[in-house]
Design a binder for this molecule. Structure first.
Ligand code: B12
Length: 221
């Protein structure tokens, strides 16, 4: 089997919740030099398929839990390679968290890993974070970018509330800290609805947005 076939097999294993096979193949692909971020992206495709099976009642909640565990274990396998990639020197500070009412954190954690790889300092507030906690952290950490993660529909209302609270607190003479919302269920419409500046369904895209924001800040200095 060539690399493409092996990567497709990995997506299948994750989709079918075949833990041992998925872990063993992920380990092999990494040893054979596959980029860890590409591997993570492939696993996301499997996770998406798991979600589809859950939505069509082929899987139950236990399937989502199992998929989450498999993904986390694969993330652990990628850690040594991710650490080697970390760029020295801070690129900027990103405040990150999964918004109130939502406990999905796999994507948020993947986004944090990718950002750290590219030199960003990430302040991670965890999951189910109330708007007031974000506000407090913005005042303390003075981030360059705020990243809100959320996957369930309920999260969109929390994102909106959080952004409204942060905007209301920002001094009129200062530019508001840009907000990126991230998560597989997001789109342009949700981004507009919640009042965010940017949205993404991809951690590397998130890194590029943060880099562009920092470039913009530097060019104004
Ligand atoms: C695993 C999983 C779970 C696990 C989560 C474990 C964990 N620790 O996170 C558990 C079992 C806990 C769970 C619970 C539930 N889940 Co769930 N879950 C999933 C599943 C299968 C995968 C999510 C995932 O981890 N994907 C992989 C990651 C890597 O992808 P990602 O999150 O999109 O993140 C990437 C990018 O979006 C981006 N990113 C993410 N955040 C951010 C933030 C920033 C700032 C940036 C820059 C980038 C970024 O970077 C990541 C890497 O590229 C999805 C299906 C799907 N389509 O994704 C359903 C899914 C999200 N769940 C769903 C549901 C309904 C639920 C429950 C309500 C089920 C229930 N009846 O209890 C609960 C909700 C609990 C709650 N209050 O939050 C629905 C949501 C539907 C909706 N629109 O509301 C989905 C879509 C399944 C479906 N198709 O029905 N779930």
């Amino acid at each position: 089997m060539n690399e493409r076939d092996l990567r497709n097999a990995l997506i299948e294993y994750v989709t079918n919740l075949e833990e041992d096979e998925a872990l063993s193949l992920a380990g092999r692909l990494l040893r054979e030099g596959l980029d860890p971020l590409t591997l993570i992206k492939d696993c996301e495709k499997g996770m998406f398929a798991v979600g589809e099976r859950y939505a069509s009642q082929q899987y139950y909640l236990s399937g989502l839990i199992m998929a989450g565990e498999i993904f986390q274990e694969i993330m652990v396998l990628t850690q040594p390679m991710m650490k080697q990639r970390v760029v020295e020197g801070a690129s900027g500070v990103v405040l990150l968290g999964t918004v109130q009412g939502d406990i999905h954190d796999i994507g948020k954690n993947a986004a944090a890993v990718a950002l750290r790889c590219y030199g960003f300092v990430v302040e991670d507030l965890g999951v189910d974070v109330p708007p007031e906690r974000f506000l407090q952290a913005v005042r303390e950490a003075r981030p360059d970018v705020i990243g809100l993660s959320g996957l369930i529909t309920l999260a969109f209302e929390s994102m909106k509330e959080t952004i409204e609270l942060l905007r209301a607190d920002a001094p009129a003479e200062q530019e508001a800290v840009p907000v990126i919302v991230g998560g597989t269920t997001l789109n342009e419409r949700v981004c507009r609805l919640v009042g965010a500046d940017y949205w993404t369904t991809d951690a590397m895209d998130g890194v590029r947005i943060c880099q562009a924001i920092m470039e913009g800040k530097r060019s104004k200095l």
